[in-house]
Design a protein around this ligand. Sequence first.
Ligand SMILES: Nc1ncnc2c1ncn2[C@@H]1O[C@H](COP(=O)(O)OP(=O)(O)O)[C@@H](O)[C@H]1O
Ligand SMILES: [Mg+2]
Length: 321
Amino acid sequence: MTLPFYDAVKQLQDAYLMFPAFQKAFDQVEANLKLYRATGIAQSLLVLGESGTGKSSLSRLFTERYPMKTLPERDVIPVLFVSIPPAATIAGTVEAVLAKLGDPDPERGTVSVKTARAVKIARGCSVEMMLFDEAQHIQDRGRAHSQYFVGDWLKSFMDALGLPVTLLGLPRMQSLLQVNEQLRRRFAHRLSLSVQPAGIDSNEDNSLELFASLANALPLPLDPRPYGWRELGLRLQFATDGRIAYVKQLLVSAYEHAVNQGNTSITPDTLGSAFTASIWPSGIGQLNPFHSEFIFRPLDRLAEPFQMGEMGSGASQRRLR
Ligand SMILES: Nc1ncnc2c1ncn2[C@@H]1O[C@H](COP(=O)(O)OP(=O)(O)O)[C@@H](O)[C@H]1O
Ligand SMILES: [Mg+2]
């Protein structure tokens, strides 16, 4: 591979797209921050998406838009971005918050001492919004009782601070809210980061649009033949489950295949090979979304790449890391 090849791949890897679901979630987080600044009203939001839909990228991008400032007498942290640790306990969660607030000794004290300290430092740093990524880890403790417990802690922490909160996590974290009614009410507003297939009546094709705009970063054009653009869009939706990370992965691999074979465009054939190489080795024939005999159903059954639940999401998370 030559230098221009790696340049093109890097350009694609670094490309950030405000695709509609992403933009909508970003705008809503920002609207909540502005509402709080103008009125003191704390409105919260739940952003859901499978692994690879852009939750962490969104949090990072938003935090960068409102960066921390170091004043002579104190730090100002407008947006506090905390990633909930795996298998979170209340203590672990509050320690993660303290660490992000710059507390020199996050492990010191009982849970209530730590919580009081976190509230105090957050006020001192003029925190105006909290973003909690990997929020499903709160729920991963398992038994309903402990779920209620961490959820309860979060609720009282939110009450003590009176700040708008954005939780980002996997769709299955909705069950966390299921067991805590008050938390459920606070996070009644929910958005999804998955790119949904276009409706039957719709003239636009969201996944194709997304793909095509990312493909613009590559030096080779996209050629849908023998399919039409709409059909290619549908096939792309099945191949990537509408997740931005898979869209990128598929494009990088397709570009590599095209260059290796000396092709001048990226065709469904190239995409088919790329799907097998980068997303699902068993995805051939009827189970390859770019194959003429593809069966046109979501690939979310047992041992398929977008399998729901523990096993499937585990496998896809590993691949995406
Ligand atoms: N808006 C975006 N535009 C382009 N690429 C994105 C975007 N959001 C995420 N990605 C890419 O997708 C990959 C996974 O994103 P990430 O934010 O980690 O997803 P999640 O946290 O939902 O698992 C990253 O490598 C990132 O480059
Ligand atoms: Mg993430």
